[in-house]
Write a protein that binds this ligand. Structure first.
Ligand code: ADP
Length: 533
């Protein structure tokens, strides 16, 4: 069973059905909605004063005015529906809404043309008594066919575009095709002076040309739209389905009732046609507000989650700070006691006890290094001061700091001309320091380390690269090395705490950039990172 979530309310459905039947019921009760033209009598007209002449001209045009008002209301509603359908498409990415919206808009354009030409506001060649009923029937057929086309796109599964870009081009090209076809039909209709006779007042079917759109609307209501709704469960599609009730009622009035322009069935038909545009408009409006409400709720939830995450982060960082800070003190005492013990009692200890003492000293040193790195990790992100950093000067000073290591391993470091960037200077220095130290540390046994530091300017960001000729990193490890305390080697092979790259990641996150490595085992590594401009 389909939930009520994607349906019009019962109230709207009942109102649609009642309104669709109402004109006929009123007519049965004797109400006359007709506004036939009163032919102007030339003699009488000649005897009238200017004001009377104006009055009589205006009253003879009331039927045409009414026609224009009804038609134009439908056009405006079709436009509003298309606009909301496109807004909805922008928010949800659902192309069905946009395409049906544009189909309704094109139908609206046909109606606009029919109304404007009938009122002689835009020029058409044919006589009004043929032009109005013919272009009306044409615009009804067009509306039904274009809805078939819109719905058919989804029934035939032509809407499978994945990316937003291809979806946009699909919606745009479909809209353009729909608009082009509607323009072409309007053009043909406007220049034809030989439009067929479409009204036969003495026959049972007074406007046989309206039977075809009637049949099309029935098929749309009975098969095409319900099938479409199985795929596209929105209030808009439900409204489209129910809009077929006034559309069918319209055609019944026109095909079997209206025998001349502006008679009761003619006006009832035009009124119901407007209703058939109002119903989808209500659907898309409700869809829009439902989406808007859902998005607001989601936003509130995200805000709440963000707030609680911030609190948790603050708490965690506080815990990390207190533990690492408080651990330093007993650790320092432990290390100095071990030193004193070592100096004073070394000679009195047997070799096994000496070895044990050495292990204790090594472990406490390692723990001290870990705690220190954890404190640094915790500190990263607290500094909010951004400044213009000249990376050339920064790299020079980093190399000076690492001078003894560079000389010890005969490392060659090439730095291309680097840019000035807006960054947190202390953290950026730590980042380069870590990457260069690692490039030296993870060198191949039989090769001197060669390091190249360069950059490229990408759209909106700086892309830095630190390449080495070291031992490389297997692909499966390339993500986990950026996590804290993750190492690929034990400390006997390579010294370290496994925090360096976690520092780098946190620093780059703080700058709003990205960091990754390109490498293969034994083939050197290139660490890339970006900093937004
Ligand atoms: P540490 O250097 O203390 O081990 P890092 O976080 O700096 O910790 O690095 C994590 C792991 O990533 C290292 O243990 C090492 O296995 C690998 N690694 C980092 N840089 C390089 C590099 N330039 N070449 C090869 N492996 C690297």
């Amino acid at each position: 069973m389909e939930s009520n979530k994607n349906k019009l309310t019962k109230g709207i459905i009942y109102s649609t059905v009642i309104i669709s039947a109402l004109p006929y019921l009123f007519m049965l009760a004797g109400v006359d909605f007709g506004w036939q033209r009163t032919p102007l009598n030339a003699d009488e007209f000649g005897r009238m004063s200017g004001a009377e002449q104006l009055d009589s001209v205006v009253s003879s045009l009331i039927g045409a005015f009414l026609h224009l008002i009804l038609e134009w209301s439908a056009v405006v509603i079709a436009m509003a529906t298309a606009i909301l359908a496109f807004v909805q498409y922008r928010i949800t990415g659902n192309s069905a809404t946009a395409i049906i919206g544009i189909a309704l808009l094109c139908a609206g354009f046909m109606d606009a043309f029919h109304a404007l030409s009938a009122s002689k506001i835009i020029h058409s060649v044919a006589d009004n008594s043929n032009f109005i009923p013919f272009s009306w029937a044409l615009s009804r057929v067009f509306k039904a066919l274009i809805l078939f086309a819109g719905v058919g796109i989804f029934l035939l599964g032509l809407d499978k575009q994945k990316s937003k870009r291809t979806k946009d081009s699909f919606v745009l090209s479909t809209s353009l095709i729909f608009l082009a076809v509607s323009y072409l039909l309007i053009r043909i209709c406007a220049v034809s002076n030989n439009l067929p006779k479409t009204q036969f007042p003495d026959q049972l079917i007074t406007r046989p040309y309206d039977v075809f759109p009637l049949a099309l609307f029935v098929v749309l209501a009975a098969w095409a739209i319900p099938t479409f709704r199985k795929k596209e469960k929105s209030i808009f599609s439900h409204a489209l389905l129910w809009s077929m009730v006034p559309a069918i009622a319209t055609q019944l009035h026109m095909a079997f009732g209206s025998s001349e322009l502006f008679d009761a069935h003619f006006n009832a038909g035009h009124f119901l046609k407007t209703v058939s545009y109002i119903v989808p408009f209500i659907g898309v409006t409700i869809d829009y507000f439902t989406t808007y409400k859902e998005q607001r709720l989601q936003l509130l939830e995200i805000k709440k989650a963000h707030h609680s995450l911030e609190n948790k982060n603050r708490e965690l960082s506080q815990i990390a700070y207190v533990t690492s800070h408080d651990l330093q003190e007993p650790l320092r005492t432990l290390m100095s006691m071990c030193d004193i013990f070592d100096q004073q009692y070394r000679d009195k200890l047997d070799p096994e006890a000496q070895q044990l003492l050495k292990y204790i000293m090594q472990s406490s040193q390692r723990m001290s290094a870990l705690v220190r790195d954890l404190m640094v990790y915790n500190y990263i992100g607290k500094n909010k001061d951004l400044s213009m950093v000249d990376c050339n000067l920064l790299l020079k000073s980093v190399q000076e700091d690492l001078d003894s290591k560079i000389k010890e391993h005969k490392a060659s470091i090439t730095v291309t001309e680097l840019p000035k960037v807006q960054a947190h200077e202390t953290e950026l220095r730590l980042l380069f320091q870590n990457l260069i130290s690692n490039a030296i540390k993870f060198r191949k046994k039989d090769q001197k380390p060669e390091i190249l530091i360069s950059y490229q300017e990408k759209r909106g960001k700086w892309l830095f690269s630190v390449a080495d000729n070291g031992i490389g990193i297997a692909e499966k490890h390339q993500e986990k090395i950026f996590r804290i305390f993750q190492r690929l080697h034990n400390k006997k092979e390579y010294e370290g705490t496994g925090v360096g790259l976690a520092h780098c990641k946190k620093i780059i996150d703080q700058h709003g950039g990205e960091i990754w490595v390109e490498s293969a085992e034994n083939a050197g590594s290139t660490f890339h990172f970006t900093i937004p401009k």
